[in-house]
Write a protein that binds this ligand. Structure first.
Ligand SMILES: [Zn+2]
Length: 100
């Protein structure tokens, strides 16, 4: 049996997922809207104290809050000497490092 807190967190996580999908779809066509989706999913995450899942967190530009879609608005580079993959945002030049 779930308690109320778990259900609220589950719904918050579900909404974060929906907003992330929408932000991903609009990342190319409408950047301003995509940024709004990302900022509202961040608000939901801090308000309900749920962490954004790693698969989503790694793909949000830390500088300009846009979802990084490979081939559309970011370039990917493998830095094998330091064992990470660098996602470079083409709009602001910010880099996200995903270690492996
Ligand atoms: Zn950026």
């Amino acid at each position: 049996m779930y308690n109320k807190k778990d259900i609220v967190k589950k719904i918050a996580l579900e909404r974060i997922g929906i907003l992330f999908d929408k932000a991903e779809i609009t990342a190319d066509a409408d950047r301003a809207r995509s940024k709004r989706y990302v900022s509202s999913l961040r608000k939901i995450s801090s308000h309900y104290k749920v962490t954004i899942p790693k698969r989503m967190r790694d793909r949000i530009c830390t500088k300009c809050e846009v979802v990084l879609v490979p081939g559309l608005n970011c370039s990917i580079r493998v830095v094998s000497s330091h064992r990470y993959v660098a996602y470079k945002c083409s709009a602001c030049g910010g880099e996200a490092h995903v270690h492996y």
